[in-house]
Design a protein around this ligand. Structure first.
Ligand SMILES: Cc1cc2nc3c(=O)[nH]c(=O)nc-3n(C[C@H](O)[C@H](O)[C@H](O)COP(=O)(O)O)c2cc1C
Length: 346
């Protein structure tokens, strides 16, 4: 697989700190003001992309703040000039016609920089508290498959008539169409068999949870072997970065964050009771001694600047094209990565 120059993105702090919620070095802040400032700075630092995860309520503690994804992304689209904006979406929360319309509007506001990240959901309480159905894992994927097929066609400006198990759409066409490209880009985050089948059929980029290189290679091989009609599938990796002058200093910081994260054990325990146990991500993460969400430091981007750059290059050689990064304290470490690590990667 040829080496392309990697792209780097940041996870917006939509529910505050990524590694630990009680950190003297970082207030646990999910406010719009912070997210706005952080994304503007990421763009100024040369980051290529921002991922705005979607949760209606804070998944760790529903008394804490949570940023609303689609309204915030629309505002970010108006404030930024260059950075790609990826908004996550759980199909069960929006009708596909409404969502496709919103996606096209943000594509216009951003002048062709919008993408959505299709996620299958794991937090049962988020749905149940709102009185929304939360079918089991594979039925959610079946729903998501019908949903994204419709969203994709509507975003392409097609006139759509469809009668399926979940949706009935007759003679619907959305205008204005996308003047920048065929349609906004479609990412998908999820690792189970139905997730892989779905991304092969409908996705442009597959987001993999942070995990060691060998595991990532196996996932890429599996996904690449699947027949598809769209252009070749591309790959993104979620990872939490701890980069310092030396490996030892980075390891010490990892230990500090692991210790702080242990103070959140009660909160994490409570959030586990809200989780669908069939979600592959949750099982992958339970095995790792890591901080951060979506794999976090399990991807191994912990070490000296040179170590982290080398590991990124190895993931790049394996086919990862976009690194979606987490840090803590976020702003300071995001700056450090841009200055010290990205510069080593040419
Ligand atoms: C990069 C990435 C981003 C994700 N973002 C969200 C999100 O914004 N909201 C959410 O509820 N779940 C998110 N998820 C978790 C997915 O909902 C979860 O992995 C999904 O249920 C897929 O399950 P599976 O791994 O069993 O296929 C994300 C997962 C990945 C890999």
């Amino acid at each position: 697989m040829g080496m392309t120059l990697p792209r780097f993105g940041v996870w917006a702090p939509v529910h505050g700190s990524r590694a630990a919620h009680h950190d003297p070095d970082e207030p646990d802040d999910a406010s719009w003001a912070r997210n706005r400032a952080l994304v503007l700075e990421a763009e100024a630092l040369g980051y290529d992309s921002v991922l705005v995860a979607q949760h209606t309520v804070n998944p760790y503690d529903d008394t804490r703040d949570q940023l609303e994804t689609w309204t915030a992304t629309a505002a970010l689209a108006a404030l930024t000039r260059r950075i790609e904006l990826i908004a996550a979406i759980k199909p069960g929360l929006f009708h596909p016609a409404v969502l496709a319309k919103m996606a096209l509007q943000i594509e216009h506001i951003s002048e062709g920089r919008f993408a959505l990240n299709l996620v299958n959901a794991w937090n049962a309480t988020e749905f149940e508290a709102a009185g929304l159905p939360f079918p089991d894992h594979d039925d959610r994927y079946a729903y998501g498959r019908e949903w994204i097929a419709l969203v994709s066609r509507l975003m392409q400006g097609e006139r759509v008539s469809h009668e399926g198990r979940h949706f009935r759409v007759s003679d619907l066409q959305l205008r204005p169409a996308d003047p920048y490209r065929t349609r906004p880009r479609i990412y998908l985050g999820g690792e189970s068999e139905p997730a892989r089948a779905l991304v092969a059929d409908h996705g442009d980029v597959w987001f993999i949870n942070g995990q060691p290189l060998d595991a990532v290679r196996r996932l890429i091989a599996d996904a690449s072997a699947r027949p598809r009609h769209l252009p070749p599938l591309r790959f993104g990796l979620s990872a939490f970065v701890i980069a310092r002058e030396t490996d030892a200093e980075a390891e010490a910081e990892h230990a500090r964050l692991l210790a702080l994260a242990a103070e959140d054990a009660g909160m994490r325990e409570a959030s586990r009771t809200r989780v669908d146990p069939q979600v592959v991500m949750i099982r992958t993460m339970a095995r790792a001694r890591a901080v951060g969400t979506n794999g976090g430091t399990a991807a191994g981007l912990v070490g000296s600047y040179a170590t982290v750059a080398e590991r990124i290059a190895a993931f790049g050689a394996a086919g990862i094209e976009l690194f979606m990064l987490q840090f803590q304290p976020f702003e300071a470490e995001m700056r450090r990565f841009a200055e010290q690590v990205r510069s080593l990667l040419g």
